[in-house]
Design a protein. Structure first.
Length: 153
């Protein structure tokens, strides 16, 4: 799908704050409400926009302990990969999971309350998954930059 300059600006505005009214976006873009509404619907229909979320304050919901865990599978078979990916999707504490190249097979990002909660997660959930050979965990000291926006301009 090809995007013009207005589409790109609109996507940027939506990533900044998707709770504004169509009228507010129209004023910022110099378009009519209808034109903005139709552009948003086109972006949704094409799956360019595939959802809207509320970003929560991790401190206030007791999930501010962030862990990055590298996972190495025992063997790189299609069945092992598919099973691990299916199983990791069920773990609520895991907020991101990436299949990687290099020394480890996966990088998962985990949000829990604290170190004891992470230990419990490791013992009762992650290490019970089949086909895991080893893990290596790193703990976030400070979140320097966090963005959910995809750079488009």
């Amino acid at each position: 799908m090809k995007f013009d300059e207005i589409d790109l600006k609109l996507m940027g505005l939506l990533q900044e704050d998707c709770k504004k009214t169509t009228k507010e976006y129209a004023l910022r873009l110099g378009l009519s409400n209808t034109a903005v509404y139709e552009r948003i619907k086109r972006l949704e229909k094409s799956n360019t926009i595939h959802g809207y979320v509320a970003l929560l304050n991790k401190e206030l919901i007791n999930r501010s302990f962030t862990v990055f865990c590298h996972v190495k599978l025992i063997q790189h078979t299609r069945a092992n990969i598919q099973q691990f990916e299916k199983d990791v999707l069920k773990l609520n504490e895991v907020v991101e999971c990436y299949h990687l190249s290099g020394d480890y097979d996966y990088l998962i990002k985990i949000h829990v309350q604290d170190m004891p909660a992470y230990r419990e997660f490791m013992i009762s959930k992650l290490t019970t998954l089949q086909h895991i050979g080893s893990t290596q965990s790193s703990f976030s000291i400070n979140e320097v930059k966090h963005s959910t926006a995809v750079p488009i301009l």
